[in-house]
Write a protein that binds this ligand. Structure first.
Ligand code: DC
Length: 229
């Protein structure tokens, strides 16, 4: 991993807007993009395909280590291909998210994915989206953001996103699932969801995506100079 390559880490809970913000920022900057949550979703999916139990930590870590995956941000959305199959939509279901949260709680799985995540750090720079990007994976990142929003607002956003993708959802189930997943992600002993000490918090409940992007662009210019955006 080259420490001279700039990294912007964007962490936060599900539905905080970090997926949209980080993808747009990576495109605007012309930098690489790492969706670390997709890696955990892919381990969960690969486990299902290879009939590996979600509590078999060693077998899941082996799957994570050997994951045959390709990402393409040039498509409209992030295109994700697992073992030659386009799984872009499959990994976004709530079931896939819940499986991801379970495998993500296993230390051996997290360790197995570290080198793969570091390999995304290439010139001209990297924007990363996750839970532990600023705390564990890229602790030396020069700009760390932590996006937050209320659980209700996050459930509403998730509902709209899923509907747009033609995936069935129920709003009260979503609020409950989001609360359950938040608890699991923030209470686990390895790499829990929390802001890095030097992260800047961006509260997104009451502001639209354009305003969030303006705030983020301002922070980027402050950190990297006016010429980056
Ligand atoms: O961001 P997401 O919803 O795609 O993440 C799916 C799950 O993966 C989420 O419940 C927590 C976990 N995750 C993690 O533990 N660490 C990361 N860096 C990214 C995601």
């Amino acid at each position: 991993m080259s420490r001279s390559v700039p990294v912007i880490t964007i962490d936060g809970p599900s539905g905080s807007g970090k997926g949209t913000v980080s993808q747009r920022l990576a495109r605007d900057l012309g930098w690489h993009y790492l969706d670390s949550g997709a890696l955990y979703r892919l381990v969960g999916l690969a486990a299902e395909r290879h009939r590996v139990a979600l509590d078999d930590e060693a077998a899941l870590a082996a799957l994570a280590e050997a994951l045959d995956v390709e990402f393409d941000l040039h498509a409209d959305d992030l295109k994700v291909v697992l073992e030659g199959e386009d799984v872009t939509l499959v990994i976004r279901s709530e079931t896939a998210g819940n499986r991801a949260s379970k495998v993500a709680a296993l230390p051996a799985v997290r360790t197995a994915l570290v080198a793969r995540q570091h390999a995304f750090r290439r010139l001209p720079g990297l924007v990363t989206d996750g839970r532990d990007m600023g705390t564990v994976i890229f602790p030396d990142a020069p700009l760390k953001l932590f996006l937050t929003a209320s659980a209700e607002e996050r459930a509403n956003r998730r509902y709209k996103q899923l509907k747009e993708k033609g995936i069935d959802a129920n709003i009260s189930n979503l609020v409950a699932e989001i609360a359950e997943r938040d608890a699991r992600d923030s209470q686990r002993s390895t790499a829990p969801l929390r802001p890095a000490e030097d992260a800047i918090e961006v509260e997104t409940s009451s502001i639209g995506i354009e305003e969030v992007m303006q705030q983020v662009a301002r922070l980027c210019r402050q950190r990297f100079g006016d010429q980056v955006l």
